[in-house]
Design a protein. Sequence first.
Length: 273
Amino acid sequence: MVDRLANTEINSQRIAAVENCFGASGQPLALPGRVLLGEGILTKECRKKPKPRIFFLFNDILVYGSIVINKRKYNSQHIIPLEDVTLETLPDTLQMKNRWMIKTSKKSFVVSAASLTERKEWISHLEECIRHLLMKTGRQPSTEHAAPWIPDKATDICMRCTQTKFSTLTRRHHCRKCGFVVCADCSRQRFLMPRLSPKPLRVCNLCYRQLLAEKKKEAEADLRQMEPICSAIRSYEPSSGDDSDNSDDDKANRWPADTEFYTSPVSWSSFHS
């Protein structure tokens, strides 16, 4: 189906319609070979509460955004390369059914479909697109994923110290490493995680200690790799360059006085002109 639709007028019109719905705030979506395969409304588990989001499945990306006017206007466009996506089916909860997780290296989140059949169709099409992309590029499936944020309402107390109770004055925070809901005292540290952001991000105290330990191990491993090179440099003895006066005298005795070291007819000054 992708081959039949690629570079056709109907596919171009469908993609243009999606671009128009996002307006100037959205990024251009039309690319040679890109095909719009389907769309639908899924419920996304957000930090505050579950919210409906419009999703568009292309053969190489997944696009979603907030619904302003259904089928006419969307905003907050997000584009996810399918090569970076891993899916995980989740059990139902009292609040949400037909759930699954979309995991990527930068962001992971939970969505739910209106029916079990709809969930199966979404997962089937997503997995098929991911499989074709990985075969085409020769890449391996992604193994590093960002932790999904636990919803605010999932807990009334800090998930680390289990002492601080949240209120209108005591804010909830999220650790960017584990996704736990934590209090300010348990998440005062920041740590640079280039995979997620170019800036240091808030992490809980436990994750901070773990990240520091990992960084220390990496530094020690780098030092072990550099040790043979450093040892070779320390033991290196130059064979020339620090000649003593005695060695110059010896050379003068060995070379005949009429030896021509530079046979080129070009004068010395010409080398610097």
